[in-house]
Design a protein around this ligand. Structure first.
Ligand SMILES: Nc1nc2c(ncn2[C@@H]2O[C@H](COP(=O)(O)OP(=O)(O)O)[C@@H](O)[C@H]2O)c(=O)[nH]1
Ligand SMILES: [Mg+2]
Length: 253
């Protein structure tokens, strides 16, 4: 299969949770794809900087119970999807590179968004959206950025995963989800009007302590959904020679 490289924008204010989400989503997506077994798909870091960042951050969270510092992250994170082919013998297993995804922050309110990207993650701080009146200004800046972006996109398709971050700080009852959907509706309506594929995901990345040990862990839950949905939108995975039905795999999508 031909090789492809795609760029994905991470759109959101500093501190909204872009880096923590990218890390958790990658880790979880890798685990989910592994459950497919042999003759399937794999996900890994595509360059040494990304690998170093993922390893160092995971180590830091586990051993100190701290989220990675923003300064730790390289300018972009690059992941690759590959097809795992195992022949009769386990040792004859070989991998075929499918595509790369490079994640890069797009500064908010940048007048000229790069149109070279294939998809975007838009990050919104869920507790702030519901409970912090001053956050409305930030939300408007995001709306403005996306409006500029969709105006430029016109007929071309660009998939948007809307990631509501820090949902572990809320009690995610059905009422709360409804309130979040309402608060987000200016954004979702805008994407609907411009006919762009989009989906909303709830991200809860609490750090927990392992009882009676010095260790900690990141509760990564279903953070793979947004990432795998976006990958599948950009580079469909359920067509020959691949046969990976992402919605079925994730169940909850
Ligand atoms: N409780 C909670 N805190 C989060 C979550 N995601 C991010 N944070 C907090 O937000 C801070 C900034 O996150 P980061 O990913 O670096 O934000 P970025 O500047 O958008 O990349 C982290 O250091 C955490 O303190 C989450 O899902 N739950
Ligand atoms: Mg960051």
């Amino acid at each position: 299969m031909q090789e492809f490289s795609y760029r994905i924008h991470l759109i959101g204010h500093p501190g909204v949770g872009k880096t923590v989400f990218s890390l958790a989503a990658y880790t979880r997506a890798r685990e989910v794809l592994r459950t497919l077994g042999r003759n399937s798909l794999g996900l890994s870091c595509a360059d040494p900087q990304t690998k170093e960042f993922v390893d160092a951050s995971t180590y830091l969270m586990r051993h100190s119970g701290c989220y990675p510092a923003s300064t730790m992250r390289p300018d972009s994170l690059c992941f690759q999807l590959y097809n795992l082919h195992s022949n009769a013998s386990f040792w004859a297993e070989k991998t075929i590179h499918l595509c790369n995804f490079t994640f890069q922050d797009l500064p908010i309110a940048q007048g000229d968004p790069m149109l070279s990207a294939a998809g975007s993650c838009i990050f919104v701080d869920a507790p702030a959206l519901l409970n912090k009146p001053t956050y409305q200004n930030r939300f408007f800046t995001i709306l403005h950025t996306i409006q500029l972006f969709t105006d430029l996109l016109q007929e071309s398709k660009h998939s948007f995963a809307i990631v509501l971050t820090k949902c572990d700080l809320l009690e995610l009852t059905s009422e709360c989800r409804r309130a979040l959907r309402n608060a987000l509706s200016p954004l979702t309506s805008m994407l609907e009007r411009s006919n762009q594929p989009h989906r909303t995901f709830y991200s809860s990345l609490a750090l927990g302590a392992v009882p009676n040990t010095e260790s900690h862990f990141l509760l990564i839950g279903d953070s793979a959904s947004a990432l795998l949905w976006l990958f599948d939108q950009i580079h469909p995975l359920n067509r020959p020679p691949l046969k990976v039905n992402i919605p079925a795999l994730l169940g909850a999508l």
